[in-house]
Design a protein around this ligand. Structure first.
Ligand SMILES: [Zn+2]
Length: 177
């Protein structure tokens, strides 16, 4: 049995955000209902993968259920930042998406990462299920692409990210620029 198993069904709001200096940002997913807010930590690449996956996922749903109304990914940026207190429940190892046609709700499932410290038994990994509308999911995906793309500027010589303090460029023999 998972140590923690939470179903937010449905969420009133779901979003992702990054906190911290460029190059050291920590990424979060946060979903809320009237009663509770559940925040988890994710990697930037997980947000990027999820954001792209959401686009494909929503397209597939519409192909399978062509009578469904299309949804808009529009969002109000002021609503998309996560709310304090940011008290993450766990760090995410796996993310998954599923869809329930009866309720026309999508579910984003996040599972706790398995590490040496929590002695990885996958069946015990904590899990949170964020049930959301297709438009909530779409907005979160689009916003997630924005957030994850807003990191460090890219070096014009080698294409690697540059820290605010500069960067030792392998293409320029380690010269800092
Ligand atoms: Zn460089």
């Amino acid at each position: 049995m998972p140590r923690i198993e939470i179903d937010l069904n449905p969420v009133t709001h779901i979003t992702t955000d990054a906190i911290g200096q460029p190059g050291q940002r920590v990424f979060y997913i946060q979903g809320s209902t009237v009663e509770r807010v559940v925040t988890v930590i994710v990697e930037k690449v997980q947000i990027q993968t999820l954001a792209l996956g959401v686009e494909d996922f929503l397209t597939e749903i519409l192909q399978r259920y062509p009578d469904l109304p299309p949804v808009s990914p529009d969002f109000d940026e002021t609503m998309m930042h996560i709310q304090a207190p940011v008290d993450p429940l766990f760090r995410v190892g796996e993310l998954g998406l599923a869809y329930d046609a009866d309720s026309d709700l999508a579910v984003l499932v996040v599972r706790e990462i398995q590490t040496a410290e929590n002695e990885g038994d996958a069946e015990e990994a904590s899990v949170v299920r964020y049930w959301c509308t297709r438009s909530q999911l779409h907005a979160m995906g689009r916003w997630g692409l924005d957030v994850s793309g807003r990191g460090r500027p890219t070096c014009p010589y080698c294409g690697q990210p540059m820290d605010p303090s500069g960067h030792f460029c392998p293409k320029r023999n380690g010269h800092k620029h």
